[in-house]
Design a protein around this ligand. Structure first.
Ligand code: HEC
Ligand code: HEC
Ligand code: HEC
Ligand code: HEC
Ligand code: HEC
Ligand code: HEC
Length: 415
């Protein structure tokens, strides 16, 4: 009897150990480690999760690093990602705690993601966890530093040239004064008439200088040249709105959203990769987050309340347009962003740092043309350009600018 009892206890012990191991091994098995899964996971993460999650930092949601070890189970993660509100509503203590900790911000439901998709995302997260810690932070920093240099470099360069010229001028003046006194001393050793002596020793003062004809000519020339330049500048700047930064109906800050919270531009400007217009987000997009986030650190609750009011009254927010080309010109975002691979910052400047959007570039025809003359077409790996590229490389010229594919033809930009 006792032996039997021990035996069954032993059996159940063994069974539970085996079970524990098998569940452990399925736990481990469920996160793939191959490169294809990791790449697919990164893609999914960037498009769906990155607006709210980072691997190592708290954003709108928790950092997802090591989440597969922290969460109750992989199953749980599957359910939570597909429908977090259902998991929270079921009273699951882990979910409820998390929900409260994150100010009751509801995570978007991703009901279309399959188990494999979520596992791929976890594979990506795991691969990031296993990378050395310093790497991810260093890269974006280096990039922005390189970006800033291009903009700041030119004026510094100019300043150096100016300082150099001033030094040379001062040296010239010193040399001239030295020569004058040397000539005077030389003339004094000669026999001169009284009249000649008077000329040699006539004092050089402000009066004599300003009355001289050379001086009057130089001054007149400078005045006319400056006036002329002013008129030309004024003519050229008609219709140019660089640095235009109108007050907006809601104090929306790119610095907070795109900067601090690193929300992807495309999350709000949904058209930018696919069409002509970047599009301004509708109230619904704001409400994805602001039906939960009710107060901001800068402006308190009043500004966000305006979003909720517009949403409830079903009225669009009347944003003031900043960038505006005349109707005669055609500009397409997808062509530049998706095909050309140009960053928003190249044309719009450091939007992530702007509390209020400001027009960064000139947006004149000359601005478009200058870039088309100098920018290489992003042709590698684009089958459409393969043939063209072959022809160009045959001609011995390195690369292919936008000009070479017809980017200076009037009809490309004018209807
Ligand atoms: C709109 C913002 C938002 C998006 C988009 C989002 N999440 Fe979340 N997520 C949250 C918040 C907030 C929490 C914290 C729980 C809560 O408040 O509901 C969370 C929690 C989680 C958790 C639990 C974390 C933990 O510490 O246990 C997982 C896992 C998770 N999210 C995965 C994802 C994945 C995968 C995606 C993309 C497919 C995603 N999330 C997209 C906001 C978001
Ligand atoms: C959370 C949503 C959101 C994100 C993220 C966002 N924007 Fe915006 N953006 C807006 C709104 C709303 C406006 C209109 C109000 C304004 O001008 O401030 C706007 C306006 C702009 C404008 C001026 C449009 C005009 O009227 O000419 C530019 C340019 C712009 N955004 C670029 C960017 C870039 C570049 C990024 C990414 C670095 C970005 N935005 C990220 C919401 C967003
Ligand atoms: C090659 C230069 C260039 C690049 C790159 C670029 N833009 Fe623009 N953007 C413009 C010009 C020019 C306009 C004015 C268009 C008009 O008035 O028709 C504009 C207008 C806008 C507007 C106002 C609304 C609209 O669609 O006209 C937004 C928002 C915007 N850009 C966002 C972005 C974002 C986000 C990116 C990056 C993903 C980006 N832009 C990349 C040149 C650029
Ligand atoms: C992906 C989530 C998300 C979206 C979408 C979003 N916001 Fe926000 N918004 C935030 C977060 C996070 C804060 C910062 C709250 C804080 O500072 O504590 C914020 C803050 C603000 C603030 C207050 C700024 C401050 O700090 O005082 C305003 C105003 C605002 N958002 C307007 C908008 C508008 C308008 C839209 C739609 C065009 C929008 N937001 C879309 C997440 C979002
Ligand atoms: C920062 C550089 C840059 C600026 C500024 C720029 N472009 Fe472009 N543009 C490009 C590049 C690169 C391409 C080539 C994209 C591709 O591979 O097709 C291009 C292509 C084009 C094309 C298609 C040309 C063709 O032959 O298919 C048009 C049209 C165009 N741009 C119009 C404009 C207009 C209008 C402006 C000014 C408002 C402008 N671009 C400003 C870089 C620029
Ligand atoms: C890369 C694009 C591009 C090409 C190529 C181009 N233009 Fe333009 N053009 C523009 C833009 C953008 C404007 C508007 C500039 C502004 O508002 O200051 C403009 C303005 C003009 C204007 C001035 C209209 C006014 O109101 O001041 C004339 C005229 C003009 N273009 C003629 C031409 C001719 C002729 C050609 C061919 C030799 C040509 N453009 C090629 C982009 C282009």
């Amino acid at each position: 009897m006792t032996i039997n009892y021990h035996c069954s206890a032993l059996k159940s012990l063994i069974l539970s150990i085996v079970l524990a191991f098998s569940s452990l091994s399925t736990f481990a098995q469920e996160i793939p480690t191959d490169d294809a899964s990791i790449a697919a996971g990164k893609q999914l993460f960037d498009t769906n999760c990155k607006t709210c999650h980072r691997i190592n930092e708290r954003l709108i949601g928790p950092p997802l690093g090591h989440v597969y070890e922290r969460a109750p189970s992989i199953e749980w993660i599957h359910d939570f990602v597909r429908n977090s509100s259902a998991v929270i509503a079921s009273g699951d203590p882990y979910a409820v705690n998390l929900f409260n900790e994150y100010n009751k911000v509801l995570m978007t439901s991703f009901s279309s993601l399959k188990n494999e998709d979520i596992d791929n995302i976890l594979a990506y997260i795991k691969s990031e966890d296993e990378k050395p810690a310093a790497e991810p932070g260093a890269q974006p920093g280096a990039q922005t530093a390189a970006g800033g240099e291009g903009a700041g470099g030119a004026p510094e360069y100019l300043n150096l040239i100016l300082i150099g010229m001033v030094i040379i001028l001062v040296l010239l003046v010193v040399i001239l004064l030295f020569l004058i006194s040397a000539i005077k001393r030389f003339l004094d050793t000669r026999d001169l008439t009284e009249e000649q002596k008077e000329i040699v020793h006539s004092p050089i003062n402000l009066g004599t200088i300003t009355r001289s004809r050379g001086f009057i000519f130089v001054v007149a020339f400078i005045v006319v040249a400056l006036g002329f330049k002013g008129v030309i500048n004024a003519l050229y700047s008609i219709g140019i709105q660089q640095d235009y930064a109108p007050q907006q109906p809601i104090a929306f800050s790119h610095k907070v959203h795109a900067g601090e919270y690193e929300i992807d531009c495309k999350y709000c400007h949904t058209g930018v990769a696919k069409g002509k217009n970047a599009t301004i987000p509708s109230v619904n997009i704001c409400m994805n987050c602001h039906n939960q986030i009710k107060s901001g650190t800068l402006t308190g609750e009043a500004e966000i309340a305006k979003i909720v009011r517009a949403y409830n009254e079903n009225k669009p927010i009347e944003w003031v347009r900043v960038h505006n080309l005349p109707d005669l010109a055609y500009f397409n975002h997808a062509q530049h962003v998706t095909v050309g691979g140009i960053e928003c910052e190249t044309c719009h400047g450091p939007i992530q740092e702007m509390e209020v959007v400001r027009q960064h570039s000139l947006l004149t025809m000359g601005w478009c043309i200058d870039c088309h003359r100098t920018t290489q077409v992003n042709a590698r790996g684009n089958a459409y350009y393969d043939k063209l590229l072959e022809v160009h490389e045959g001609s011995g010229k390195a690369g292919m600018t936008v000009e070479d594919i017809g980017g200076l033809e009037c009809s490309k930009c004018h209807y």
